[in-house]
Design a protein around this ligand. Structure first.
Ligand SMILES: [Zn+2]
Length: 422
């Protein structure tokens, strides 16, 4: 049965507290963690802007004992968190590009995709994922509400620039026929009315079509202390158990699941109509390894304690550096850096600037909630600060050798999972 009381912030121009589980409607929800008040992660004003009033939203995490869903305690109007000028393009990191190529290879082999098969991507961003399916000969269609969709259209990936919902789904099915594959990579946790999204997905799918989602994985998030991925774009933090429960409410059965490296630890989950595909053993294995009920309550309490300690440890490293008069910069400004910077309390007095690679749309702006400027990384090599904190620490292994090779001589710090010098 569908819950009737679900927080809806769309159209409110503000936010609505989550008082009932976003998926099953259960109340009350358990408090897991509060990170305090946070600005929207992509609200970045140009350098030199006089400080002015900006929205800040309470950021807390809740747990549903009924369906296992860990979720944000506040729904914010999507027009605030996904403005048309949303400065994120998925094609920019190698790890994501490789993952999308892998998703295409894996699904095409498993589902036997041919030339007539339609692949629809929800939240298709700049078309990076679909470009793989297009190269392999499938028909493709993207759905992306922000201006990044223009980039996809320009590169030949047909993209509808609208918010996805049942109405768009019916239009797609009418104009393009049923889809063999519907993908939702790193956006399935973002859309507030998740039941209407799944309704829309089911409406587009062929009888034996597959819905493939990629989401941050709750268990990985807990294991590697990724509290920095908690922000208002991410309304839900799925375990396989909670995702299975959600999809099951719509007659969809999970038939394959596996961990993938995206965003510091995600899950790729294949689902289809009940009985359409053989359920692989991967599903049972992943479910068996997940804590549930009282074990999850305990796991979440440990997480909370460790998050607080990690904040204190990072501040302690920075305190030592500052007492010696050293200068500290930041490396890269992913959305997650906003949560870390604001939760730990970093500002322009502690971090001189944050570097992004040339071409990043974030250059020339301030980090959200602060006056830390985001600059072209050329600044780092010419300025040579004593230390740099890698905010995209989940790809530190990829970044650190590059920074050294390009001539950075300072020390590097990773803030998570354990704050330390590399
Ligand atoms: Zn629930």
């Amino acid at each position: 049965m569908r819950p009737t009381k679900i927080a809806r912030a769309a159209g409110s121009g503000g936010s609505v507290p989550v008082e009932y589980c976003q998926v099953c409607g259960h109340a009350p929800l358990d408090d897991v963690l509060s990170l305090g008040y946070m600005p929207p992660v992509n609200q970045m004003v140009p350098i030199g802007t006089v400080p002015h009033q900006q929205p800040w939203f309470p950021t807390n995490l809740l747990y549903c004992r009924n369906c296992e869903l860990v979720q944000l305690g506040l729904a914010v109007d999507p027009t605030i968190i996904f403005p048309p000028e949303y400065p994120y393009t998925s094609g920019t990191t190698k790890l994501l590009r490789d993952n999308f190529a892998d998703l295409q290879r894996e699904s095409a082999a498993m589902l036997g995709l041919g030339k007539d098969d339609l692949v629809v991507d929800i939240g298709s961003n700049d078309g990076t994922l679909l470009s793989n399916f297009k190269t392999a000969g499938s028909r493709v269609l993207g759905i992306e509400p922000t201006d990044v969709g223009d980039i996809a259209n320009k590169r030949g990936i047909p993209t509808i620039k609208r918010y996805f919902g049942p109405e768009v789904a019916r239009e797609v099915a009418r104009e393009h026929g049923p889809a063999s594959v519907v993908t939702a990579a790193n956006c399935f946790a973002h859309i507030e009315d998740v039941h209407s999204i799944v309704d829309g997905i089911v409406a587009m799918l062929k009888d034996d079509g597959a819905f493939i989602s990629e989401s941050h994985y709750l268990i990985g998030l807990l294991d590697t202390l990724q509290y920095d991925t908690i922000y208002h774009e991410h309304l839900r933090y799925y375990s396989l158990a909670s995702l299975k429960h959600l999809l099951g409410m719509h007659g969809l059965e999970v038939f394959h699941a596996r961990p993938i490296p995206s965003h510091g630890g995600s899950i790729r989950v294949y689902a289809a109509r009940q009985g359409a595909h053989t359920v692989q053993d991967s599903v049972r294995r992943m479910l068996a390894a997940e804590p549930r009920g009282e074990a999850m309550v305990k796991r979440l309490a440990d997480f909370r304690r460790d998050v607080v300690l990690s904040k204190l440890r990072l501040l302690s490293i920075l305190r030592e550096l500052k007492e010696k008069g050293q200068r500290v910069a930041g490396i890269s400004a992913p959305s997650r850096a906003s949560t870390l910077v604001n939760y730990v309390g970093l500002d322009e007095a502690l971090i001189d600037y944050v570097c992004e690679i040339p071409g990043s749309l974030k250059i020339g702006k301030y980090m959200p909630g602060t006056q830390i400027p985001v600059l072209d990384e050329a600044k780092l090599f010419e300025d040579q600060p004593d230390c740099a904190v890698i905010f995209s620490w989940h790809i530190a292994d990829e970044l650190a050798p590059k920074l050294k090779a390009k001539g950075f001589r300072g020390r590097l710090i990773t803030p998570l999972p354990v704050p330390r010098f590399l």
